[in-house]
Design a protein around this ligand. Sequence first.
Ligand code: AMP
Ligand code: MG
Length: 416
Amino acid sequence: MAQGAGRVKPLEEARAEVLSSVGLLDVEEVPIWEARGRILAGDVTARENVPPWANSAMDGFAVRGVDVADAGSVLDVIGDLPAGSITDAEVGPGQAIKIMTGAPMPAGADTVVRVEDTRVDGSSVTVTKPVETGTAVRPAGGDVAVDDVVFAAGTRLTPMHVGVLATIGVGHPLVYRRPRVAFMSTGDELTPPESPGLAPGAIRDSNRPMLLSLLEDTGVETVDLGIVPDDIAALREALDQGSKADVVVSTGGVSMGDYDVTKLVLQGDARVDFWQVAIQPAKPFAFGHIGDALFFGLPGNPVSVLVSFEQFARPALLKMQGARAILRPQIVARAGEVFDTDPEKTVFVRVLVDGWEEGIPRVVRSGAQASNVLSSAAAADGFALVRRGTGQVGKGEEVTVEMFKWPESREWADGR
Ligand code: AMP
Ligand code: MG
């Protein structure tokens, strides 16, 4: 069969095939200090209430609500409660205990009057406003209650999740192991990014630093196999070394060129498939196993690397770490201009949000769309998906956008 004569796979079919060969990694306990980005291997159930006891939301006076329903009540102050201390004293009718934010409510009291609504006079306090029963009291378990399932298995831990785990005393959450991912760039033309100059015909290796960053964002451990020349022996050796990891990712050498060594080396291998996927960019893609490692053979052009990493490798890496959500968030946006695309493919148009139109974000191209133009990917907030069989999105029409970043600045929202 001629190279590339195989059927062109739709994106969804290709991704489903990738994901079906991805299993779950082992689990381990990690210190909470290292838990960000890890994925919970079991439901987390609270063993204690947060807060553990009712406490004051304000600096003020703990009182009985019935005593302060009307303005002008005068109460005896019988004690003082800073945060972290407790008291045996009980607030009786006509009494109050001075209380600081966070201190446990004393027995008898059900309401806190803020300092601002009082006037102190020796050992008595006058409440200057009517106050409703229950005001400024944080109930026990008001944040998290005992036996609540706080987070479900498969949750990817953000800094906020880490904080909540801390409040319920989970110091060593059970999470999935991080996969070890070996990665390499292939190509005789590649020069390391640190190199001061470029020889004629050479280009800088942008894929590898970008890939390292993409991998780190996916929470995995990385093994850098460097730049591998278009040489069969060198590539075999690099792949062999990579196969000791859980996953191997390479870039370049999978399309139809004479020097596509990745293809030359792996084409006869029954465990690696060379696909043509009906997407643009990133049509050629190799996938399979090398030894026990999962193998992703990404194309060479940097934007193709980004797209195939995002569509295939990232969901697979999240799935093996047990994540429930493995795809980027999608929004419906309005096209700020016409997107003309190849109807045979699902096209990933690099777009940025440049404003609002009729209540939804408006997107426009973030720059030139050729697969070597990485600067427009850096300027983009996401990919507008012009699906196979569509071919065009008209100006003002709705389009799905897969967001890989959200604009931090409000400049665009302010219409500037
Ligand atoms: P290939 O499929 O290996 O022929 O690569 C396709 C295109 O991507 C060629 O123009 C390469 O020079 C370019 N390319 C391959 N690898 C990299 C890389 N690591 N960094 C930047 N460009 C690359
Ligand atoms: Mg190449």
